[in-house]
Design a binder for this molecule. Structure first.
Ligand code: ADP
Ligand code: ADP
Length: 226
């Protein structure tokens, strides 16, 4: 059974359709890349799958739950407990240190401060940025900030990680480092990944590539070997 499925997703902003009937299945533990040109609907699809946006029509199923039918409070709870999100850039809290940023989702979930701090330091270490624990985002490079953001997305050990252009603001080397960590850590804890990117090189990290055009999936291609 797929862990995540979409059936006939339709979503419009005013009169202009962003999704025109998207159907897909994602298997547990799979890393799927959604690619296609700017404006084809990738972000809208990701936001519908992650329960951030509600589709106008169609179904999103996570395990046995119809995500599209949940009220906002329940979708928010699902996102906090089962999903992790990683966006393009600038999502860290500027006033908090790296360790505090990574600990934040655990504190919001009710974990006590010492345990949250220990977990945050463990994740920073796994991401090769343990030395940044006491630094604020403004003192880090873009690649370092994205590694900290990845730690914040993974610290709750989500079943599914949604990543929207996670390397889009980074240079080639920093992007490859972030993707290397993302894939390694997702595999290590069997986290399913849905990744949106317009860069073929980044899609090459996935097990499978779904290509979109004008609000539809046009081809499903196997990416290069793992
Ligand atoms: P992609 O991620 O592939 O760049 P998006 O899902 O962001 O595509 O956008 C798909 C289409 O929907 C585009 O035409 C875009 O301009 C439009 N769109 C996206 N978000 C909004 C919004 N909040 N309001 C109006 N139009 C939007
Ligand atoms: P895009 O992916 O098109 O660049 P944004 O990243 O600006 O768009 O965010 C699009 C939507 O996702 C907005 O509705 C925003 O509120 C929501 N969003 C952005 N960041 C987060 C986050 N860290 N957690 C939950 N929702 C978010």
């Amino acid at each position: 059974d797929p862990i995540l499925a979409a059936r006939g997703l339709v979503k419009s902003y005013g009169a202009s359709p962003a999704l025109r009937g998207v159907t897909l299945d994602v298997a547990a533990g799979e890393i799927v890349a959604v690619t296609g040109p700017s404006g084809c609907g990738k972000s809208t699809l990701l936001h519908c799958l992650a329960g951030i946006l509600r589709p106008d029509a169609g179904e999103v199923t996570y395990r046995d739950q119809r995500v599209d039918l949940l009220a906002e409070a329940a979708r928010s709870r699902l996102r906090r407990s089962e999903f992790g999100v990683l966006f393009q850039f600038g999502q860290l809290v500027a006033e908090l240190t790296a360790a505090e940023n990574v600990a934040l989702p655990l504190l919001l979930a009710g974990t006590r401060r010492p345990a949250a701090r220990t977990a945050a330091l463990t994740w920073l270490d796994r991401l090769g940025v343990a030395d940044l624990a006491g630094k604020r985002p403004g003192e880090m490079s873009g690649g370092q900030q994205q590694r900290v953001a990845l730690g914040r997305a993974l610290v709750t050990e989500p079943r599914v990680l949604f990543a929207d252009e996670p390397t889009g603001a980074l240079d080639t080397l920093a992007g490859e480092q972030v993707m290397g960590h993302l894939v390694r850590l997702a595999r290590a804890q069997d986290t399913t990944v849905v990744l949106v990117t317009h860069e073929p090189r980044i899609a090459g990290y996935a097990d499978r590539e779904l290509v979109m055009r004008d609000g539809e999936i046009v081809t499903a291609a196997m990416a290069a070997a793992r």
